[in-house]
Design a protein around this ligand. Structure first.
Ligand SMILES: Nc1nc2c(c(=O)[nH]1)N[C@H]1C(S)=C(S)[C@@H](COP(=O)(O)OP(=O)(O)OC[C@H]3O[C@@H](n4cnc5c(=O)[nH]c(N)nc54)[C@H](O)[C@@H]3O)O[C@H]1N2
Ligand SMILES: Nc1nc2c(c(=O)[nH]1)N[C@H]1C(S)=C(S)[C@@H](COP(=O)(O)OP(=O)(O)OC[C@H]3O[C@@H](n4cnc5c(=O)[nH]c(N)nc54)[C@H](O)[C@@H]3O)O[C@H]1N2
Ligand SMILES: [Mo]
Length: 762
């Protein structure tokens, strides 16, 4: 295995034709073989059997909801891999850190670091030292608390989270940060679905999806836009299969012909194991990167024109009049669209778009699903606003089988936001905190992820605490971010596994190892559970079953509660010790602070939990004017200068975000290599670059700084013209820190202007 972070070329790379179907038996055996490489058969069986059972473990794989009657456990190949990765029997001990200095670890690959196993005891790297050494919990948390207290201003501290955190820990962390005096709560959401939240709050008043799983089953037409469910939300395919069985249709919009969008073999059914599987997409629009705003503007224009031809039959006038504002201004703006701009931006033909328009006219109930292919673009927010326009026109909001469906990533990223992990907390939330806990939380907005990096760079932020995640690999502009982290006085990470953020650290650094979701969590002699909220606002319990990876681990709740007490001192109004001993007492507080959680403990004890109310699904729109809002979204498209391509950075099949599990991307036919760039063969011909040649990717940005990712093997691939693709996080070095989406400040990870330069010989 390669041990250097940047290999030169991919000597063992092999490429086979992309698959046209996803899941099925190879998926399951593949997951099992990964699992057995990590752990024993017994642990594998024990964990997999409890995944997504009513009384079991919430699958950490993604935020797609579990079907209602969960008498069978529904999990997928990739969920199984994520669980196995956590349940591994390999261990990182003090001895490991004695053998490997930090400078050596910083040169190892993300995959290698992860494969060393579970972290087992708290470690500290002291100023000037190149080694982590063991430290007791009390001393470690005292050190961190001391650094926090020593800051001139609470806003010099950053509290980052990743969406694996359960509700209880998330609630405590934001409570701690605010009692300490800051709203600096950057999170992975800032790099993920922030654009969805911003667009949906503005137009519908609620920053979440409005549909349930039943709505998906019931829909006549489901759009799957900018999303690769075969890899990232495999269980979504069983839902789409059901939609299709009841007569619904699916339109996929993507620059890549992703396997899961085309055909699906359901591994949970005998029929899926043999046979050709179900065809998923009835229409596949192979769009150019960033062309979605133009596509939905075109569909909206066609709807307005169809209404002109057959008045009273196309638009839902009753809905528009009763529940929306801004229709007239929107319609006038919509009609100004020029078809040549649409065709250039999308790379589609007018016939393709009209065929989809015809399906729209035939469909009473429409849902649009989307993920990172929309949110991580400069005009991601306007694109999602335009999708809302599209749904509003025919009243496809707030009734069965219709609505918006941003498909979340991390299993509890939506719940963390509900719990107040947000650098821009709403006033009402802060007021509720004040009523419950008797202190006045800071009102000024805090720093998001990009803002946090900028603050570290110019010395405004000095102490970084990450609870979960892998900050230096998830964030853009790797070289710049690494400089930012290294300039901190102290960086500390609450983590389950070793990752690069532990090796690119501040003057002092702490590793605080924690229980994973699959570990049994016992406090004060009683078994605890945590709760999570899925992508469709269902809140339910998650219980770990496995013996913890080491006796020394503390839960996230315990770490945050102890740190808070050490930092803030004993205060009668926030009983940190009680919170740690009984998570039910945290839920009692949540029930009084967060709307929708009334009677939390009782309701979450019911099988399957409960669904948070979403007023949008009742056509109540909590916008300032009390109505859904039509918006005018100026045309925007991506433009690469001559000789350049738009590069999107995405996930391979065998990885969990910043952590590759192997060099395999089975569905796309890429084996034994991650430093590859997929390019349309016609683009290669035009650029004069040969298939399988080795190039450097060089990104172009107005600051004139040259950002280079060396040694990528070119693979001719059926991606849309002008739209290249390569894996994240190896390519994060190319994404400029200030290349962000308008309004949401999300890094534009799906739109980096690059050129391919012949690689310098190794
Ligand atoms: N196995 C596995 N599961 C995961 C994760 C994981 O890493 N591994 N990560 C989780 C997380 S945090 C998230 S956010 C989700 C991410 O789920 P996805 O959003 O599916 O993840 P990406 O790999 O970023 O894929 C983006 C998709 O958008 C397409 N795309 C790119 N640009 C455009 C565009 O301009 N227009 C359109 N229409 N499509 C475009 C790409 O071709 C690709 O299919 O998955 C979650 N689930
Ligand atoms: N270029 C580019 N950049 C991207 C993206 C992209 O598509 N392209 N996607 C963005 C998106 S959508 C996201 S969500 C972010 C992801 O960013 P993050 O959430 O920060 O990254 P992860 O890779 O999910 O974090 C993995 C680490 O989490 C820790 N961990 C795992 N489970 C637990 C747990 O139960 N508790 C604790 N405390 N720690 C745990 C482990 O130590 C592991 O090493 O990356 C973003 N960055
Ligand atoms: Mo994400």
């Amino acid at each position: 295995m390669k041990s250097s972070a940047e290999g030169h070329g991919e000597e063992r790379l092999s490429v086979t034709p992309p698959k046209t179907w996803a899941a099925g038996v190879p998926g399951v055996t593949h997951a099992l073989s990964y699992s057995l490489g990590q752990t024993s058969l017994r642990r594998t069986a024990l964990t997999l059997l409890s995944v997504n059972q009513v009384t079991g473990l919430d699958c950490p794989g993604c935020a797609w909801p579990e079907p209602g009657r969960r008498h069978v456990n529904e999990y997928c190949e990739n969920g199984a891999k994520h669980v196995a990765d956590e349940a591994t029997t390999r261990r990182v001990t003090a001895e490991f850190f004695r053998r490997h200095p930090v400078s050596e670890l910083a040169g190892m690959s993300d995959q290698w670091l992860n494969q060393q196993g579970r972290l087992t005891e708290p470690m500290v790297k002291r100023p000037g030292s190149d080694h982590y050494e063991p430290i007791g919990w009390d001393e470690a948390l005292d050190l961190l608390a001391g650094e926090l207290r020593a800051l001139d201003d609470p806003d010099q501290a950053l509290f980052y989270t990743s969406g694996r955190l359960g509700n209880e820990a998330a609630f405590l962390l934001q409570l701690f940060a605010r009692a300490f005096g800051t709203n600096n709560l950057p999170d992975c959401s800032n790099m993920c679905h922030e654009s969805s939240g911003v667009a949906l709050i503005e137009t519908l008043g609620v920053g979440k999806g409005s549909v349930s799983l039943e709505d998906i089953y019931e829909a006549d037409l489901v759009f799957v836009v900018g999303q690769n469910p075969g890899t990232n939300h495999p269980r979504m395919l069983s839902a789409l299969e059901r939609t299709k069985r009841s007569g619904g249709h699916v339109v996929a919009v993507n620059p890549l012909p992703e396997a899961g969008l085309l055909r699906f073999k359901n591994p949970q059914k005998a029929r899926g194991v043999i046979g050709r599987g179900s065809r998923i997409a009835d229409e596949f629009l192979q769009i150019r990167a960033g062309g979605d705003l133009a596509l939905f503007r075109a569909l909206n224009l066609l709807l307005l024109q169809a209404e002109d031809e057959r008045p009273g039959t196309v638009l839902d006038r009753e809905f528009i009049d009763a529940h929306t504002t801004g229709f007239a201004e929107f319609a006038e703006h919509a009609r100004a669209l020029a078809w040549p701009d649409v065709l250039a931006a999308t790379g589609l033909t007018r016939e393709q778009i009209e065929r989809v328009h015809a399906r729209v006219l035939e469909s009473k109930k429409i849902i649009v699903c989307w993920a990172m292919g929309l949110t991580q673009h400069k005009h991601g927010v306007p694109t999602i606003r335009e999708i809302v326009n599209f749904l509003l026109l025919r009243g496809n909001i707030g009734r069965p089988g219709a609505g918006v469906c941003p498909v979340r990533g991390h299993s509890n990223v939506q719940g963390d936001r509900t719990m107040g992990i947000w650098e821009r907390p709403p006033r009402a939330f802060l007021d509720a905190l004040e009523r419950e806990f008797g202190f006045t939380p800071p009102a000024e907005h805090g720093l998001d992820t990009v803002g946090a990096i900028q603050a570290m760079l110019d010395g405004r932020a000095r102490v970084f605490l990450g609870v979960g995640g892998n900050f230096v690999r998830a964030t853009p502009d790797s070289a710049v971010t690494e400089r930012a982290m290294r300039s901190c006085r102290l960086t500390a990470h609450v983590s389950t596994k070793l990752n690069r953020s532990h090796t690119v650290c501040g003057e002092t650094a702490l590793i605080l190892p924690t229980l994973g979701r699959s570990d049994r969590d016992v406090q004060a002699g009683r078994e605890q559970f945590v709760t999570v909220e899925d992508s469709m606002s269902q809140v339910h319990a998650s219980r770990g079953r496995l013996a913890p990876a080491s006796d020394t681990l503390l839960s996230e709740v315990a770490i945050i509660a102890r740190l808070a007490r050490l930092t803030l001192g004993d205060r009668p109004d926030i009983p940190w010790e009680t919170f740690e001993a009984d998570y039910g007492t945290i839920r009692d507080r949540i029930s009084r602070v967060v709307p929708g959680f009334e009677d939390f403990n009782a309701r979450v004890a019911r099988p399957g939990g409960f669904r948070l109310p979403n007023p949008v699904s009742r056509r109540v729109f909590p916008t300032p004017g009390g109505k859904a809002v039509f918006t005018r979204n100026a045309m925007a498209a991506l433009h690469a200068p001559e000789g350049h391509l738009i590069l999107q950075t995405l996930r391979a099949h065998d990885q969990w975000n910043t952590i590759p599990y192997s060099g395999e991307d089975r569905y796309r036919g890429i084996h034994n290599g991650r430093r590859v760039v997929l390019v349309n063969p016609d683009d290669l011909a035009e650029l004069g670059v040969a298939d399988r040649s080795v190039v450097d990717l060089v990104s172009v940005w107005h600051d004139g700084v040259e950002r280079r990712a060396p040694s990528f093997t070119v693979v001719a691939y059926p991606t849309a013209r002008g739209s290249a693709a390569a894996y994240y996080p190896e390519t994060n070095v190319l994404v400029p820190l200030d290349s962000v989406a308008d309004f949401s400040n999300t890094p534009t990870s799906k739109a980096v202007v690059v050129r391919l330069e012949p690689a310098a010989p190794a």
